[in-house]
Write a protein that binds this ligand. Structure first.
Ligand code: SAM
Length: 269
């Protein structure tokens, strides 16, 4: 494995144990309340009952298993053994083991790890693309994983938000994909500032919207829609304010920038 991805993997193994106990993920509340998928995503995909859904970079599977509660047969894939072990345990506790499977693999090896299976829906949720050096290699995997007539739903951080400085609207990082990654040695993860990571060095890459969309088209998908959102679900910047529905957005009167985006793409039948 690329040594930068190997460093990220160690960080994700560390983060998993912290995230499992965090209020951000609230695993116990998720189990107790039997939370399903987000209404916005249900609206995008419609009825998933009986469909085969693959969640790439699934972490410990809450977003994956939410779709199992909506009736899909789900597969989650992540390269962190700690996350995959936790996902299987959460599935067991939720009574969803029979409609879920979790596979430990680098996303760049997904087609091999999944034995060239294809899926009605490939799903990618927040915080995925930034860990990947090449969006084109990712799209090649996705293109091979979406079944004929199937769809891809992505909701991720907007590349403009990645490019912004932490405390102003100034552009601090390159918007486009570059060979050189952003290198971070922060010992904090996004769920808990008070539980330091042991493996702090991480590598991330930005990918422009045009690069993402073009890569998907190049690998056989048709773009259905792309929406840029002025909100995210965690306080990415200190200047964001919380909205009534738990999202974070710019305060009234401040310029709005895209913070996350969603896209739906399909493969011809
Ligand atoms: C921010 S988390 C995704 C969180 C997920 N959207 C959720 O809400 O639970 C990013 C995930 O990507 C995984 N990841 C990073 N690089 C990967 C790679 N090359 N292959 C597979 N998984 C990877 C990490 O292990 C981590 O679980």
């Amino acid at each position: 494995m690329d040594e930068r991805l190997a460093a990220n993997l160690e960080s994700w193994n560390d983060r998993t144990s912290i995230h499992l106990g965090s209020t951000f993920y609230d695993v116990e509340g998720w189990l107790r309340d039997e939370r399903g998928p987000r209404p916005r995503e249900v609206e995008a995909l419609g009825d998933v009952d009986g469909l085969r859904l693959l969640h790439l970079q699934c972490h410990f599977g809450l977003d994956t298993l939410a779709w199992a509660r909506a009736g899909a047969h789900v597969t989650g894939l992540d390269f962190s053994p700690a996350a995959i072990d936790a996902a299987r345990e959460i599935a067991r506790r939720a009574g969803l083991s029979s409609r879920s499977e979790f596979v430990c693999s680098d996303v760049y090896d997904a087609t091999i790890a999944l034995r060239h299976a294809t899926f009605d829906i490939v799903y990618v949720s927040l915080g995925a693309l930034c860990w990947l050096p090449s969006v084109d290699r990712w799209a090649a995997q996705v293109g091979a994983l979406v079944a004929p007539g199937g769809r891809l739903l992505v909701h991720d951080v907007h590349p403009v938000a990645w490019a912004l400085a932490d405390d102003s609207l100034a552009i601090e990082h390159t918007y486009f994909e570059e060979t050189e990654p952003f290198v971070s040695d922060s010992d904090e993860t996004y769920t808990d500032a008070n539980r330091p990571l042991v493996h702090c060095r991480t590598y991330e890459w930005n990918h422009g919207i045009g690069e993402i969309v073009t890569a998907l088209i190049r690998h056989g998908l048709r773009l259905e829609w792309l929406v840029e959102h002025d909100w995210t679900v965690w306080p990415r910047f200190p200047w964001l304010v919380r909205t009534g529905d738990g999202r974070w957005t710019a305060p009234a009167g401040r310029p709005r920038a895209p913070l996350t985006f969603s896209l739906l793409a399909s493969r011809d039948g």
